[in-house]
Design a protein around this ligand. Structure first.
Ligand code: AMP
Ligand code: GLY
Length: 423
């Protein structure tokens, strides 16, 4: 089978790593890829948000299966274009990708499906939004409706901050994404991510994880794309996962199907858990990054079979084979991230890292220049390890971190603290 993976981050490297281990995989192409992926796949330069170009490329290279990593090509309808051309593809239609592309849409689906989530108001008018803030009082969460590269959510401890956030949105700080605003109740509790595959009808859980969004140790400082993750997430017990499936995921997926826009692909449910009850924070229509890295580490080669079963509507007969294991990934980022950072510094030592089913180094923003490995992004490497326990996985991951020589980079030293404290 010839496989094309769209994307260039650590998420896509981990998907490529899992696919490459599956004997079904003959040819593996990633677009645009990165220096780490280039060691296990062919890298193609391609505008991955241009459906017509992606279809032409898939046809020219006799691609049998396309896996779409990030949300932007999904929202741009690249999945639809491929399906219309008869190419098998893992990832939702643009209509179903609205679950990530519009926060107001997701809230409305939750209402229709009676799925537990934060109380909210949806506004296209500044005065009405301000009046809602005054009436509800803080704490509140103010969100730009559209895709805003993870920056469109403002947590507001005071009414004053919430009013300022509303003004910022309607003043156009988030462009089109902020033309509509959702204002939500601030939910207390512990956050965890639940990943399921959906083939339009059937839902198959494939794992839980916890991300570390803040840049600093002890969960301090500004939000990032994610500084590390581990799987499983102990807070998402079997009982809570079952509630999330029965009360949130299955009813909302049924509502999508009822509207003629069935969901196909991986669904990432961000959940807030308090007093044994999960509530939906948000849906994403793709794997999380870096959560994907720990899921792929645990699933290995079967991930390809599962994604194919999902794309072909065969999830009802699919099964996940679980090991009693744990995985952790630690993100190495360029100093300054998530603010401004320099590109172009050299990274040494990755060539000597262990590469097996217990240890691997996924690349995110990397490039090869003049034979050297160069940092080319904010999040750069993901040192990822598996273990019989979470502490074993952590020790392996940080051992790899310490073997990399990159003075211009940094890590959080406390990835996994929440789960390790609970043990
Ligand atoms: P997002 O950019 O949509 O992933 O949201 C960023 C983060 O904001 C989430 O991961 C939560 O930590 C937080 N968040 C979003 N909505 C709420 C809410 N209603 N209550 C509490 N925290 C929230
Ligand atoms: N790590 C969070 C995300 O991928 O949205």
């Amino acid at each position: 089978m010839n496989i094309l993976i769209l994307g260039s981050g650590g998420r896509e490297h981990s998907i490529a790593w899992a696919c490459a281990q599956n004997p079904k995989c003959d040819r593996l192409i990633v677009a645009p890829g990165n220096a780490g992926m280039a060691r296990i796949a062919e890298c193609a330069s391609l505008d991955i948000e241009d459906g017509t170009r992606v279809v032409e490329f898939a046809e020219a290279e006799a691609i049998d299966f396309v896996i779409i990593g990030p949300e932007a090509p999904l929202a741009a309808g690249v999945g639809d274009a491929l399906r219309a051309a008869g190419v098998s593809v893992f990832g939702p239609s643009a209509a179903a990708a609205r679950l990530e592309a519009s926060k107001a849409f997701t809230k409305e689906i939750c209402d229709a499906a009676r799925a537990p989530t934060a109380a909210y108001g949806h506004f296209t008018d500044r005065d009405a939004a301000r009046a809602y803030v005054e009436a509800q009082g803080a704490p509140l969460v103010v969100k730009a409706d559209g895709l805003a590269a993870g920056k469109g959510v403002i947590l507001c401890p005071t009414t004053h901050e919430a009013l300022a956030a509303v003004d910022m949105m309607f003043d156009g700080s988030f462009g089109e994404a902020g033309a509509e605003v959702v204002i939500e109740e601030f939910m207390q509790g512990e956050e965890a991510s639940f990943f399921v595959l959906v083939d339009g009808e059937d839902v198959l859980p494939i794992g839980t994880a916890q991300d570390h969004k803040r840049v600093g140790e002890g969960d301090t400082g500004p939000n990032t794309g994610g500084m590390g993750a581990y799987s499983p997430a102990p807070v998402l017990t079997d009982e809570i996962a079952q509630k999330a499936l029965d009360q949130i995921i299955r009813p909302t997926m049924a509502e999508m199907a009822r509207r003629g826009t069935p969901y196909q692909g991986v669904l990432y449910a961000g959940l807030m858990i308090e007093g044994g009850q999960p509530r939906l924070v948000e849906y994403n229509v793709r794997f999380g990054d870096p959560e994907c890295q720990v899921l792929m580490m645990r699933l290995g080669a079967q991930a390809l079979d599962l994604m194919q079963a999902c794309a072909e509507g065969r999830l009802g007969e699919a099964q996940v084979t679980w090991a009693e294991d744990h995985a952790m990934t630690v993100v190495m980022a360029a100093q300054g991230y998530p603010g401004t950072y320099a590109k172009g510094s050299e990274i040494r030592g990755t060539g000597e890292l262990p590469e097996d089913s217990w240890n691997t180094c996924f690349h995110a923003g990397t490039k090869i220049m003049a034979g050297k490995l160069i940092a080319a992004g904010g999040r750069v490497l993901n040192l990822t390890a598996r273990g019989q326990t979470l502490s074993e996985a952590r020790d392996r991951a940080y051992k790899m971190v310490d073997a990399v020589t990159w003075p211009q980079g940094f890590v959080r030293r406390d990835i996994g603290w929440r789960a390790l404290d609970e043990q």
